[in-house]
Design a protein around this ligand. Structure first.
Ligand code: PMT
Length: 402
């Protein structure tokens, strides 16, 4: 989004990084944005409202009852006219209040009243950032559609070195410009995504499965739909809500996933297989519960069909992308799967690493294509990684057309 002419409400909360919000105000104003600053009382301990007033050339709000224009109610007026909200720096306290729905000052009251997108740039001590309460609160806000601009790792004012430093003003602005730009580069494309685990039945009460939550695949489906694609999501059992505008087909076993994927494969332009499909299933399934007995129990397993390999062998015009969950020699194994399964690209996931792979809300992958590209997509939310993967796919498809 070109920020010129946009109304941006900048929320500043009480941390030492409040000084960086001054540079942010100045740079946003220089880009032609109409910046309205709302400060918490604690923020005003670090920087004076007058500084922001001079830089933004607008009145600064610190108090819900300080109505500067009698014909308007300030917090509703700001909430309605904002094109976007940027919270920088955002303290753990502000994150907690937002997640709890508290509106006890001008900033939180305006935030509850707005329907504009809210971008949160946290800044706090490294241990606070890693605290389960803060993680839970950020997760809640992420689920509600708030956007995060991750803090940097580095020297912190509290003396610690680690993650928690407010992203630099220039980078925050670049991220805002990139993320608020509604990309529609998949308009007219049909995209098939698989997600989640499969369950392979032993008896009516037991099955084999894996740790996949579906988060990565659902993020890809959501991102593709936002970029204009007609998205079909074939999903194993998952607690996640269907992303807006996505057609979801629920399956349980690897065989059901194969059947559903093949039934729509011919019409697809892009296929992205993020599901963790069982490689083996019990040879025999039992109609009634298997009773425990003395000694060990052996269950004979047989191979499931490799869906991705089948798609690779039947590929016509589709751009086919696999995922690979690896614990070691990730790139080498990834290249092996790329070639063996006739893929156009593969996203290699080093699982077992904190903050990557199964279950987590974040991920980091290496995108490999058949031309030898090896693109590292560093740690970010799965939603952002999904967009980065789609960026790579779009770029490769454009290169194929030339
Ligand atoms: O769901 P989350 O909790 O968010 O976790 C995400 C994830 C770790 C599951 C995901 O990012 C991921 O890496 N998915 C692939 C996991 C996997 O099964 O990898 P694999 O190396 O065993 O399989 C390679 C590829 O072949 C995958 O695209 C898989 O979908 C496909 N495959 C595997 C077996 C099979 N029978 N049929 C297949 O199509």
């Amino acid at each position: 989004m070109n920020l010129a002419g946009k109304t941006i409400c900048l929320g500043v909360s009480g941390g030492i990084a409040a000084y960086k919000a001054c540079a942010l105000t100045s740079k946003l104003t220089q880009r032609g944005a109409d910046v309205h600053v709302i400060m918490t009382k604690h923020a005003a301990e670090f920087v004076t409202p007058l500084t922001f007033q001079a830089l933004s050339r607008n009145p600064v709000y610190t108090d819900t009852f300080d109505e500067k224009h009698p014909e308007k109610i300030a917090h509703i007026d700001l909430a309605d006219k904002a094109d976007l909200f940027l919270l920088a720096p955002t303290t753990a306290n502000l994150i907690g209040k937002l997640a709890a729905g508290i509106a006890d000052d001008m900033l939180t009251t305006t935030l509850l009243a707005t329907e504009a997108p809210v971008y949160i740039a946290p800044a706090m001590n490294v241990h606070m950032y890693a605290h389960p309460a803060v993680i839970r609160n950020m997760q809640q806000l992420d689920d509600w559609g708030y956007h995060f601009i991750e803090p940097e790792a580095g020297y912190l004012a509290c003396g610690y070195v680690g993650k928690g430093r407010l992203e630099e003003p220039e980078s925050i602005i670049r991220i805002l410009e990139e993320r608020t730009e509604p990309k529609r580069d998949l308009e007219g494309k049909k995209v098939l995504v698989t997600a989640g685990p499969t369950q392979e039945t032993i008896d009516p009460v037991r099955f084999f499965t894996n740790h996949s939550s579906g988060k990565m695949g659902y993020a890809v489906a959501e991102a593709a739909a936002k970029r204009g694609a007609d998205v079909t999501l074939v999903s194993g059992p998952s607690q996640l809500a269907t992303p807006l505008g996505v057609k979801r087909i629920d399956i349980t076993s690897a065989q059901e996933m194969l059947d559903q994927v093949l039934s729509v494969y011919d019409q697809q332009d892009i296929v992205i297989k993020a599901a963790a499909v069982a490689d083996y299933r019990p040879v025999q399934t039992f109609d009634s519960k298997v009773k425990k007995q003395d000694g060990n129990l052996s269950i004979e397993m047989e191979r499931t069909t490799d869906i991705l390999l089948t798609l690779g062998q039947r590929k016509q015009h589709q751009f086919l992308v696999g995922f690979a969950a690896e614990t070691n020699d990730a790139v080498a194994y990834g290249i092996g799967k790329l070639e063996r399964k006739h893929l156009d690209a593969i996203c290699v996931n080093t699982v077992g690493k904190t903050g990557a792979g199964f279950q987590s809300d974040t991920n980091e992958v290496i995108y490999l294509n058949r031309e030898g590209k090896e693109q590292h997509l560093p740690s970010d939310t799965k939603k952002q990684i999904a967009h980065r993967i789609l960026d790579e796919i779009v770029q490769d498809m454009e290169a194929d057309r030339k």
